[in-house]
Every structure is written in structure tokens, then in C-alpha cells.
Design a protein around this ligand. Structure first.
Ligand code: ADP
Length: 394
């Protein structure tokens, strides 16, 4: 018996989706709607070995999803067989500590949380409302990027600011990419053949967005992203950590308002700001061609990453596994080597031949005498969401 689950990931102008059959955990259909809100939106849908491309104008998520239902009707698979819809939801705030079946009160609470994630939660909510309207008879489930980090201890999640202000506005570290950190860290336990709660690990999720987590005997105890996904590591276009005084400095120096400073740090910083490129294949190409800005960008990226690994080593009191995942972590052997080489004095040893292998499988890339097992584990956020969705509906 098939058990198809529909996964929706609604961004401000796009909807990515997959249908996964939970009986086999295989992807049955997938697609993406792009440029919602523009005069020419596109839909690309793959099912059963054939593809469909539509070019239309979708003014909003509701129109895009209504058209998507039509495409499912005409091309397949049958939406009437879907047993649940899982919605990627970026910010769960303090209210949502786990995957949650959505009802009116959950929706109301999500709307209340919107100020915490103004770029991410409103399109997510629009997607939930539109999907519930077109698929009213199946359970809809919110899978939160923040939920895995609900276990962070107060010492790790509290900012040293006025505590009344913090409580009044829910200002604290939340962490993001939780679905990936959870999936990958559990996969590490499987690969090592050890119970999840029997060892300490650090997971580096290095994609366009990047974050790192410290997991102590199966419990997340720290992570690099904070109140927003801007904090922590250097990313494709996001600065990661900067002096908090930089906002005021830029505001004064450039005469721009806080929203503009925020946009500058989110969209024009990181690797893009440092060297004009965001894709690590391009950055490596620039370095090989002798580009000094790209060299410095890479050094800044690695320095930040290694300083977080060192910090989490101290917080965990020792670590058994260090894992790389997501686009850069899974594919860029030079980044992995750059991190591990810097950690060599602490007993980390890279198996260079294993690191050079390209594969979609989880694998160990450290030598047997390395004090810490180093791994590459491909993430699969959609499958993780589908599992969470299935578990939430029982
Ligand atoms: P997102 O955060 O958008 O989900 P991904 O995890 O898909 O990002 O990562 C995308 C990034 O992965 C690209 O911008 C690029 O820097 C990097 N990447 C993808 N493939 C390779 C590759 N073969 N070599 C090096 N980097 C790669």
C-alpha cells in the first residue's frame, strides 16, 4: 500500500515540492514553481519519468497552488491519495518545540510569530492556507527548522541583553536547519553503528546558508544561527557573525535605515561581498586563477568554521564525530581538507584519498588513527520532513 506524503517548501517567490511514498521512502514526484508575483511565473513538474513545464502568471501562492492541483490532476500522481501534507516552517519560536499538526489555533500562533521571521514565515503561512483550501481533507503538518534546537540549554540560547526586553519579544537563539542537523546526526549514528545517545558530535551544514551544531549524546546543545538565520558562519550572501555595533555604524556612515542594513548583511555580504561569487566551484576557480579576494574569502570562511568547531569541542568536552553535509559540505573536498588540516594539532586526521571520492553515499573520510571520526553525510531534508510528517499524524 502506498503512503504518499506531499512536502511543500514555500519561499517568498517560490514553492518547492515533492511527493514521497512513505511505504518505500521513494520520491514519486517533484517540482518547483518560481517567480510567484511576477508577470511570468514558471512551473516545472516531474512525475514517472516525464516532465511538464508551464509558463503563467501567478499573482500569489494561492493561485500557484490552485494551478499545481490542476497539474497533479492532469499529469499525476493523484493528490486524492496523499495521506498528509508537510509544510517546511522556518520559525517555530518558543511555542513549537516539535512537528505539529496544523489547526486554526496553530495557524493563529504562527501568524503571531511572523515578526520573528518576516522573510520566511509569511510565505510559509500563505502556502499553508492555500494548501489547506485546496486539500481540505488531509492533515497538514508544520515541520519547524527550529524544533531540533528546542533542547538548547538557557546558557546557550540567552543573549546578554535586558532580560525583560528579551522575554517580551522572544529574543533568544533559536537555531535553524534543524531538520537537516537532526537527519544527518541520526544517520551518523547509523553509519558508526552506535546508539544515537552514546556519543558527541558536531555537524557542519554548509550550503548557501550554513550552520553548525553541537550534539551531546543525542541532544542539541548549541548551534551557530540565532534569533535569525543571519548569525554564525560565513555564508553565500550572509555575513554570519559581525560586531553587533556594525548595524549602528553602517546606519550612521551610510545614512541608511535598519532594514537596509539588514538587507546588506543578508543579501550582499558573505562570500558574495568578499569576492563577488557565492558558488564554491566559482570561488575555487578564482583561487586557482590567483584571485586574492577569493583566497581571502576562503580563509575567512575556514577561520570562522574552525573557530566554531573549537568552541563546540570545548562545550561538548570532547567529540567523537565531525560531519560535513549540504551542497558545499558534500561536494567540496578542499573546504573539508581546509577545516581538517587546521584541526590537525587536535588529532583530527583526514584520509585524503577518501576525501577525494565523489559519492552520494554517507562515508568516513578520516584515517583509523584520527582522534575524531570525520564523515560526509548527504542531507535529505525532504525525506526527514516526510518522516516527521508521518510520525506526527501517527
Ligand atoms: P541551499 O542552502 O540553497 O539548500 P545547497 O545545500 O544546495 O544550498 O548548496 C548549494 C551550494 O553548494 C552552491 O552554492 C555551491 O557553493 C555548493 N556546491 C554545489 N555543488 C558543488 C560542487 N560540486 N563543488 C563545490 N561546491 C558545490
Amino acid at each position: 500500500m502506498s503512503e504518499p506524503v506531499l512536502l511543500l517548501n514555500c519561499g517568498s517567490s517560490s514553492i518547492k515540492y515533492q511527493v514521497i511514498d512513505m511505504a518505500t521512502e521513494e520520491v514519486v514526484a517533484s517540482g518547483i514553481i518560481q517567480r510567484i508575483g511576477e508577470s511570468e511565473s514558471t512551473l516545472d513538474h516531474d512525475f514517472g519519468g516525464s516532465s511538464r513545464h508551464d509558463s503563467l502568471g501567478f499573482p500569489d501562492h494561492a493561485h500557484a497552488l490552485a494551478h499545481l492541483v490542476k497539474v497533479f490532476d492532469e499529469v499525476g500522481p493523484k493528490l486524492s491519495e496523499v495521506v498528509a501534507v508537510g509544510h517546511r516552517t522556518v520559525h517555530g519560536g518558543e511555542a513549537f518545540r516539535e512537528t505539529t499538526v496544523i489547526d486554526d489555533s496553530v495557524l493563529a500562533k504562527l501568524r503571531e510569530l511572523s515578526p520573528l521571521a518576516p522573510l520566511h514565515n509569511p510565505p510559509g503561512i500563505a502556502g499553508i492556507e492555500a494548501a489547506m483550501a485546496v486539500l481540505p481533507d488531509v492533515p497538514h503538518v508544520a515541520v519547524f527548522d527550529t524544533a531540533f534546537f528546542a533542547t538548547l540549554p538557557p546558557a546557550a540560547y540567552t543573549y546578554a541583553i535586558d532580560d525583560e526586553l528579551a522575554h517580551a519579544h522572544g529574543i533568544r537563539k533559536y537555531g535553524f536547519h534543524g531538520t537537516s542537523h537532526s537527519y544527518v546526526s541520526k544517520k551518523v549514528a547509523e553509519v558508526l553503528g552506535r546508539p544515537y545517545d552514546s556519543f558527541n558530535q558536531i555537524v557542519c551544514h554548509l550550503g548557501n546558508g550554513a550552520s553548525i551544531s553541537a550534539i551531546q549524546r543525542g541532544v542539541a546543545v548549541d548551534t551557530s544561527m540565532g534569533l535569525t538565520p543571519l548569525a554564525g558562519l560565513v555564508m553565500g550572501t550572509r555575513s554570519g557573525d559581525v560586531d553587533p555595533g556594525l548595524h549602528a555604524f553602517l546606519g550612521r556612515a551610510l545614512g541608511i535605515d535598519l532594514n537596509e542594513v539588514d538587507a546588506l548583511l543578508n543579501k550582499k555580504s558573505g562570500m558574495l561581498g568578499l569576492c563577488g561569487a557565492t558558488d564554491f566551484r566559482d570561488i575555487t576557480g578564482l583561487i586557482n586563477a590567483g584571485d586574492q579576494r577569493a583566497r581571502l574569502a576562503m580563509d575567512v570562511y575556514l577561520h570562522r568554521l574552525v573557530s566554531y568547531v573549537g568552541s563546540y569541542l570545548a562545550i561538548l568536552g570532547g567529540v567523537d564525530a565531525l560531519t560535513f553535509t549540504a551542497g558545499v559540505g558534500e561536494n567540496d573536498a578542499l573546504v573539508r581538507a581546509g577545516v581538517v588540516t587546521r584541526l590537525q594539532p587536535l588529532g583530527f586526521r583526514l584520509d585524503e584519498a577518501a576525501n577525494a571520492v565523489r559519492s552520494k553515499e554517507p562515508r568516513v573520510i578520516s584515517t583509523p588513527d584520527s582522534k575524531v571520526t570525520i564523515l560526509v553525510v548527504p542531507t535529505n531534508e525532504e525525506l526527514a520532513m516526510a518522516r516527521e510528517t508521518k510520525a506526527a499524524i501517527g
